[in-house]
Design a protein around this ligand. Structure first.
Ligand code: KIV
Length: 265
């Protein structure tokens, strides 16, 4: 029996320098393949709004969607830790956030919930974690704020915004977060955050100097129309989806992915 990954295993992996391989996951068939291929962390991401529902952004994803997809992933997964996204407007007050986080754990079967934002979420993260639910933060490009950010470009690329991102990361850790996703952030800023924090930092478009990587499953299988710079089609050199996912895990573990051409300065 393979041992289930927990937030303690993730912390241990950071301590010993073993990279954490994470992919998004939305259904039982892929989740089973991903788990068998050795993916450490499965993120039931609200990117499902785009890759499954065909929307332009993540904003229309509902709690009921997240619970349904978390459930069908968690029903088959034995080893990987499962993180579920809290959708847009499901955590606008700490009390509302706690209630919805509890549903993702109890009804969805997730082990961790992920929320987008920094210092302004201190009380929210504190309340959720004090109630025994692990939280993953999400900084840098936060797609639920797309209309406020004004696009999907690289973030924290000035001295002031980089400093603010490091402060946000420290605040999430002090509030009790168990890990943080950094999306579309210059490599140097990621390296700084990873060195500063003792919780794992998982990057997407954030360079190689962090504790693990996450990509959207449909991107690595070449199913999306335009491949983002920070991603790679792993199916192109393989005859099976299983082998492509295994290759992704291997390249994350040996730090050959991402390269500088998948990263931002
Ligand atoms: O929803 C998602 O898939 C995500 C990843 C892009 C990190 O949040």
């Amino acid at each position: 029996m393979t041992e289930k990954i927990t937030i303690n295993s993730l912390k241990k992996m950071k301590e010993i320098g073993e990279k954490i391989a994470c992919l998004t996951s939305y259904d039982s068939s892929f989740a089973k393949l991903q788990d068998d291929a050795g993916v450490d962390m499965l993120l039931v991401g609200d990117s499902l709004g785009m890759v499954l529902q065909g929307a332009d952004n993540t904003l229309r994803v509902k709690m009921s969607d997240m619970i349904y997809h978390s459930r069908i992933v968690s029903d088959v997964v034995k080893r990987a830790i499962i993180i579920s996204d809290m959708p847009f407007m499901s955590y606008s007050t700490p009390r509302q956030a706690l209630g919805n986080a509890a549903r993702l754990i109890a009804e969805g079967g997730a082990q961790v919930v992920k929320i987008e934002g920094g210092q302004e979420l201190f009380e929210t993260v504190r309340l959720i974690t004090e109630n025994g639910i692990p939280v993953c933060g999400h900084l840098g490009l936060t797609p639920q704020s797309i209309h406020q950010i004004g696009g999907l470009g690289v973030q924290a690329n000035t001295e002031d915004t980089a400093k603010k991102l490091v402060e946000d990361a420290i605040s999430l850790q002090s509030a009790g977060a168990s890990c943080i996703v950094l999306e579309c952030v210059p490599s140097e800023v990621t390296a700084d955050v990873s060195k500063t924090l003792n919780i794992p930092v998982i990057g997407i478009g954030a360079g190689v100097d962090c504790d693990g990587q996450v990509l959207v499953l449909y991107d690595i299988l070449g199913l999306t129309k335009t491949q983002p710079k920070f991603s790679k089609n792993f199916l192109i050199d393989h005859n099976s989806i299983f082998d492509a996912i295994k290759d992704y895990v291997a390249e994350v573990k040996n730090a050959s992915f991402p390269t500088s051409s998948n990263s931002y300065k």
